[in-house]
Design a binder for this molecule. Structure first.
Ligand SMILES: O=C(O)[C@H](O)CO
Length: 459
């Protein structure tokens, strides 16, 4: 269908610019402060949050707590709305992720591995909400990274043992749902325990979701959500990833005692009252994809949103995306070009080598290898938090000329993929996207642009 199209530098450059515009529009839609402002409104003493109204004239004290990489921006937006009513507040954020706040204290803490600062923040937060009365309101702000930033291990596990367990969990290939099932069962604050500690005060939890499926009990290990997992599930996960010998004995013993009924389960939907808790997602990957689709349409592309629930091994998923793009350009199915194929979620890299890169750069390189003989098309794979793995890039662009250009520069793309070493290749080609920290985090986005046969969009 598109075979006559010549791939020119100018065409690729224009597609890259369009892809970046689509990405930046998606980021703007999930800006934490905008997301809070969109769903919360105040008129005098009336606070409206999505479908609920809260009468502030009946509230004695307002406490604000939170944890997560994007929580400072969320807290600032809440201060704009409620600053005059906040009596006490404390949030735990990653080192360097602070903003000036007038009414709320900030503690900086370790991420992805927890540290003593995080534990001190968790202790102070728990002590603060435990004092809340039935006529108090506790506002909880949660975003990605919250699990690591709010560590408060159960009594029989030390922080060092919790850190060791977290390290093993993060390396073993478990999903975030599985990792957080264990985190919840090793914690005195996660898995709904914060909500139970604050009862009978009213609780409003505002969440920026960085998990596939947006489940409140998984985002930052759900401090105010009924837990859907059990000690039994934790033991299954330990077996599935062969973690037994690698976890500290105190952790293994705690989980085994829990499964035998000798430790209290996390609060479930049917074991505790939740009427005092209002959990709301203010933004997530789906919202970013909608904004991306709208911008793509404005640029003249037919948006094709595949899913906001992307999971699986990065290289395989990338090849499937390249195959769909080829289907579009070769047959006009499921939609004729110009098309913008969009997907979001979080794939898993099985690290094979010692190289540098991140999920998104690996995705882009695997896709580049699958489109060497394709007509003009461009992929941008990037993380919405602006940092892809341990690199300074958000992600990378790939196109049918990537592999050839790399070879001309003396780099074997296949070798770089095998060594999980995508960063130096894309860096050399000038195909990294560097946004710096974006202040938000709703997982990753993949934007594939397939232009019309004459090379254009419909603009
Ligand atoms: O902190 C966490 O648990 C992850 O970022 C998922 O929300």
């Amino acid at each position: 269908m598109n075979s006559a199209m010549t791939i020119t530098d100018a065409l690729i450059d224009r597609l890259k610019r369009d892809a970046e515009l689509v990405f930046r529009a998606a980021l703007a839609a999930v800006d934490p402060a905008q997301a809070i402002a969109r769903c919360c409104r105040r008129q005098g003493d009336q606070l409206h949050i999505q479908d609920r109204d809260f009468d502030l004239s009946r509230i004695r004290r307002v406490l604000l707590v939170g944890a997560g990489k994007a929580t400072a921006a969320m807290a600032r937006a809440v201060e704009c709305l409620l600053g005059d009513r906040i009596d006490q507040g404390l949030i735990s954020v990653k080192y360097g992720h602070t903003l000036h706040l007038a009414h709320i204290d900030t503690m900086e803490a370790g991420h992805p591995l927890p540290d003593a600062n995080g534990m001190q923040a968790a202790q102070r937060i728990l002590a603060m909400v435990q004092q809340a009365r039935s006529d108090d309101l506790v506002i909880v702000l949660i975003s990605g990274g919250g699990s690591a930033l709010l560590p408060l291990p159960v009594q029989t596990v030390t922080l060092a043992q919790k850190v060791a367990a977290t390290d093993q969990l993060l390396r073993c290939g478990a999903t975030i749902h599985e990792i957080n099932a264990l985190r919840k069962h090793l914690s005195a604050i996660k898995g709904g325990r914060l909500a139970q500690a604050a009862a009978p005060a009213s609780i409003i939890t505002l969440m920026l979701s960085d998990v596939v499926g947006d489940q409140p009990d998984v985002i930052a290990s759900g401090p105010t959500a009924p837990d859907g997992s059990t000690y039994g599930d934790c033991l299954d996960i330990v077996r599935r990833y062969d973690l037994g010998a690698r976890l500290p004995s105190s952790v293994r013993e705690h989980l085994a005692a829990g499964a035998a009924g000798r430790r209290e389960e996390t609060p479930k939907v049917n074991t505790h009252a939740w009427d005092h808790v209002y959990n709301r997602i203010v933004a997530g990957n789906g919202m970013a994809l909608q904004a991306a689709a709208q911008t793509a349409r404005g640029l003249g592309y037919r948006p094709l949103v595949l899913t906001s629930r992307l999971e699986g091994e990065t290289r395989t998923v990338a090849r499937v995306h390249a195959a769909i793009a080829r289907q579009v350009t070769d047959t006009g199915e499921p939609a004729p070009p110009p098309v913008c194929i969009l997907s979001g979620g979080e794939t898993t890299v099985v690290v094979k080598g010692e190289g540098r890169g991140g999920r998104n750069q690996e995705f882009a390189l695997a896709a580049a290898l699958a489109m060497t003989d394709a007509p003009a098309m461009v992929l941008l794979a990037a993380g919405t938090d602006g940092s892809d793995g341990p690199t300074d890039a958000a992600g990378a662009f790939a196109d049918p000329t990537t592999v050839r250009r790399a070879a001309q520069a003396g780099m074997d793309a296949r070798r770089h993929l095998m060594d999980s070493d995508a960063y130096p290749l894309f860096d050399r080609l000038g195909d990294l996207l560097r946004t710096g920290p974006t202040g938000t985090n709703v997982m990753d986005l993949n934007i594939f642009l397939c232009p019309a046969a004459h090379g254009g969009s419909r603009r």
